[in-house]
Structures are given as structure tokens and as C-alpha cells.
Design a protein. Structure first.
Length: 521
């Protein structure tokens, strides 16, 4: 295509996008848009304020500051390497671009260079990709200023820069993998090399990995190094190459992602969490293994017990690794809560809830076929509880890993005792939370008519979605309360009461699940 042809194609694509945007704005109401922007700003400001206050804590000692300055870049580099690996895997499956169906049907299939369309789509996506990491990095920098000391403005700027560079590197790696048609095995191999290199840095006390250079940016207010200049060079270089190969992305993958992303947004609008999970797994091409990890053969126990364990044996590698990583997050978050940052129990609860959602897949598949359970010679509530025994056994073993990590990182004998006491409540709460999210399903179409006060419909929908995660978060409250009670008899009674809270909630949740009647909508 000549230069004039490319210029005309680019102008035509821009004109089509402008016409679609004008049509969208014409159909909407500017008052609604202003209200959404107002609410978004208020919620973001409140979230930043309370996140900073909750994660603040007390000033650390000089030894801790020295350790952070020496090992912080390597540890951050290891975390970035894990994220880059996930980005490479996403790119090998067609991500991260998900253009609108109109762009796929009318632009990518037209005699227009794909690079003209896809680079514009990549630029629009990139603007949204860096926003949340920049805010999160600024909050982290503000927290670090209170814990480690130093100029608060410098810490916030360094944290925001670190968040932006990390987002650029992960997003750019995904687009490079997609544009170069990288195979999933090659993506895994590159990820293993990066993670292994970063892990060696952590063990050896060095920071030679490419991702560690971005970690140095976050610690600039604490320690300076000329190698920190490599961080922006690496991230921007990857993004530049990503834009160069953006036009080579597979059209079939884009069509597939456009369809799934549209369905995913619709399911999220309906608050159908099960559909969201299924579509997300299809988007990630997370298919069961053709050969199980372990051949169970004919096992003893109830049919639900056998069915669930055979399902676990066919978990794909990505799901198994996800559960292990979430268990490590639980252990590290509990250690942070034990050391004074009590707000990390929320992170631990969310990670355990996600573990529970993966573990109750057998129950979820029963819910996917609403007519079949009516043919079973068993009540729906009894069937639900029968499908929770195997997940509870599985998560008890996984939670043991988390609690051992919690005790090792905390470095206190009392932490091992607290972890042993909280082990079963955490595992059972994670399973109960996952089961509650599955059994609730999507809200009924007559929800707003059934409510006595329709004005409270928004609040009810929010509570409906956060009920299951809050149940799991409550299981970690004793971890934070136990540390406050150590050596303080005045708060020992409060810690004992807090230890009973998850037990009561888990018993109530399991009783509610057992009493449920099967409803076919």
C-alpha cells in the first residue's frame, strides 16, 4: 500500500472511531457521566486515604531499613518476574488486546493495515493499564515513607513510577508474546528463567536480574544506584517493541477474545460470578488435563468424594500453580498482619477465598446443570454439603503450607501455635465462602420488585457480592488479634472471642448451605 493509501486508511479508521464515540455520547446522558466521574473520584480518594491509614503502622528499626535497602530490589524483582511470566502466558494465548467486535468485523477484515488499527487499540488500552498501578504505587510509597522514613513526596513519586514501569513491562511482554506468536512452552521457559534468576538474586543478596532494576526505582528515596536508570530503559524498550509487532497479532485470537470479553462484561453486569469464572477460564484456555496427575482408580467413599478428587487430579498446571501461589500470599499476608499491619488480613482473606472458588469446582459444575440434581435421590442441601468434604480436605493441606510459611517468616514460636489453631477454620471458611458464592448464583430478575425498599437495591447488590469474601476474611481476624494479645493479658479475652468468630460463622454458613432448596431459574 502506498503512503497516500496508508494515510487514507488511518484517517478512515479514526473517522469511524470518532463517529462511534459521538453516537455513544449522544445516546448517553452527560449528567450520568458526571455523576459516575464524581463517584469514582470520591471512592478513589477515600480508598487511598484509608488504605494509607490501614497499612501505615509504626516506624521500623534501623536494621529493617538496612535489610530493605540491601534486599528490597531483589525481592521486588522476583515479584515483577512472576508478573512478567503471567503476561507472557497471556500473550501466548492471544492477549492482551481485546478490541471491540465492530473493530474486528469492519476494520481488521477490511483492506486496512492491521497495525493502523491495533496500535491505536493498544494505545487506548495502555492508558487504562497504567492508571491503577500508578495509584497503587503512590499509596505504597506513602506507606513506605511512614514506615521507613524519608521525604514523603519522593516516596510517592518513586512508588508511582515503580507501578507504571511494572505495568508497562508486564503489558508490553504480553503484547510482544502475542505479536511474535510465542508458543506457551516458550513463554513458560522464559518465565522460568526470569523467576529463577530473580530467586537466585534474593538468595545471594544481589540484584542483577533485569526485573530487579525496576525494583531499584521503588527504593530511590532510600538508596540510589545508577543501575536504576536501566529500569525505565527496559520497560520502555519492551513497550516500543510491542508497538512495532502489534500488527502481527493473530486475527483468529482477536475474534475469539472479542467474543469472550463481550460475554464476560455482560456476565459481570448481571453479577453472575459463576459465568464470569467460566468465561475467564475459557479466555485463559484453562482446560482440564487429558491425563490426570494421579490415577485414583476405584476409590472408597461417597460419589461426591470420588468425583471431586478425580476433578482435582485433572486440574491444569496453571490452576494448581495458582492455588499454591495464593497459599504463599496467605502466609506472607498473615506474617505482615502479625508484624503490625493488621489490614493485610483482607488480602489473606481474598486469596483464601479465591482458593475456595477453585476448590469447589465439583459443586459449581452441579450448579451448571440445574435440572440434573432434581433426578438425584438426595436433597440439594445434602448434595451441596457432600461436595464440600473433599475441598475441605484439599485446602487443609494447602493451608498447612500457608501457616508454615507464616510461622517461618514471622520468626516467633507463638506464630506457629496461632497458625495451628487457625488452620482448620481458615480451610473450612475458604470452602464455605467459595460454596456460598456458587450457590447464590446470579440475582433473580425480580430482585428489585421483591425488595421492600427498592432504594436499597444498590446496597443489597454490593452486600450480596462481598458476603462470601467477608466470611473468609473473618477467619483471619484471630491472627491479628493474637499478636496484640501476646504478653498483654488485658486483650487476651478479646483474642479468645475473636478466635471463636470464624468458627461461629463457618458453622452458620454450612448450616445455611445444608438448608438450601434447589431453585431452577
Amino acid at each position: 500500500m502506498s503512503v497516500d493509501g496508508r494515510t487514507s486508511a488511518r484517517a478512515t479508521a479514526r473517522a469511524l472511531r470518532r463517529a462511534r464515540r459521538r453516537h455513544y455520547l449522544h445516546e448517553g446522558d452527560w449528567v450520568d457521566s458526571l455523576y459516575k466521574a464524581y463517584v469514582t473520584v470520591i471512592v478513589a480518594a477515600v480508598a487511598v486515604f484509608y488504605a494509607t491509614a490501614a497499612l501505615g503502622g509504626t516506624r521500623t528499626t534501623g536494621t529493617t531499613v538496612t535489610d530493605v535497602a540491601h534486599d528490597g530490589a531483589a525481592v521486588l524483582g522476583l515479584g515483577i518476574a512472576v508478573l512478567v511470566t503471567l503476561g507472557l502466558r497471556s500473550g501466548a494465548r492471544g492477549g492482551p488486546l481485546a478490541p471491540e467486535p465492530a473493530d474486528v468485523m469492519h476494520l481488521l477484515l477490511a483492506p486496512v493495515p492491521r497495525s493502523t488499527v491495533l496500535r491505536a487499540a493498544a494505545l487506548r488500552q495502555l492508558r487504562g493499564v497504567v492508571l491503577l498501578p500508578a495509584i497503587a504505587g503512590g499509596v505504597a510509597g506513602n506507606v513506605a515513607a511512614g514506615r521507613l522514613g524519608g521525604n514523603r513526596v519522593e516516596w510517592i513519586a518513586a512508588g508511582a513510577a515503580f507501578g507504571v514501569l511494572t505495568a508497562l513491562l508486564v503489558w508490553g511482554s504480553a503484547l510482544v508474546a502475542s505479536g511474535t506468536h510465542l508458543r506457551i512452552r516458550a513463554a513458560n521457559a522464559i518465565g522460568v528463567v526470569l523467576v529463577g534468576w530473580s530467586a537466585i538474586d534474593v538468595a545471594a543478596g544481589t540484584a542483577s536480574a533485569p526485573t530487579a532494576q525496576i525494583g531499584r526505582v521503588a527504593l530511590l528515596p532510600l538508596t540510589t544506584s545508577p543501575l536504576a536508570l536501566l529500569g525505565p530503559v527496559i520497560a520502555l524498550g519492551i513497550v516500543g517493541y510491542a508497538f512495532a509487532v502489534a500488527g502481527r497479532v493473530s486475527l483468529e485470537a482477536l475474534r475469539h477474545r472479542a467474543r469472550l470479553v463481550g460475554e464476560l462484561r455482560f456476565a459481570a453486569t448481571l453479577q453472575d460470578m459463576r459465568s464470569v469464572i467460566v468465561l475467564h477460564r475459557e479466555l485463559a484456555q484453562e482446560l482440564p488435563r487429558s491425563r490426570p496427575w494421579i490415577r485414583a482408580g476405584t476409590t472408597r467413599g461417597s460419589p461426591c468424594w470420588q468425583r471431586d478428587w478425580r476433578g482435582f487430579a485433572r486440574w491444569p498446571t496453571g490452576r494448581a500453580l495458582r492455588v499454591v501461589v495464593l497459599a504463599l500470599v496467605v502466609g506472607l499476608a498473615c506474617a505482615g498482619a502479625w508484624n503490625g499491619t493488621e489490614a493485610l488480613v483482607v488480602l489473606a482473606g481474598i486469596a483464601a477465598f479465591l482458593m475456595g472458588v477453585d476448590a469447589v469446582e465439583g459443586l459449581a459444575q452441579e450448579s451448571d446443570h440445574p435440572v440434573r440434581p432434581e433426578q438425584y435421590p438426595i436433597r440439594w442441601g445434602d448434595l451441596v454439603v457432600s461436595h464440600l468434604v473433599a475441598p475441605a480436605a484439599l485446602l487443609t493441606g494447602v493451608s498447612l503450607i500457608a501457616m508454615l510459611l507464616f510461622g517461618v517468616v514471622s520468626g516467633a514460636g507463638e506464630a506457629f501455635a496461632v497458625g495451628a489453631i487457625a488452620l482448620l477454620p481458615i480451610a473450612f471458611a475458604a470452602v464455605a465462602g467459595g460454596a456460598v458464592s456458587v450457590v447464590l448464583g446470579a440475582p433473580p430478575p425480580t430482585l428489585f420488585l421483591d425488595l421492600g425498599f427498592p432504594e436499597f437495591s444498590t446496597l443489597w447488590l454490593i452486600l450480596r457480592q462481598v458476603l462470601a469474601p467477608l466470611l473468609v476474611v473473618a477467619a483471619f481476624v484471630p491472627v491479628a488479634a493474637a499478636h496484640a494479645a501476646t504478653g498483654d493479658h488485658a486483650t487476651l479475652g478479646a483474642a479468645l472471642i475473636a478466635a471463636l468468630l470464624p468458627v461461629v460463622l463457618v458453622v452458620a454458613a454450612w448450616t445455611w448451605l445444608k438448608s438450601r432448596e434447589h431453585v431452577v431459574r
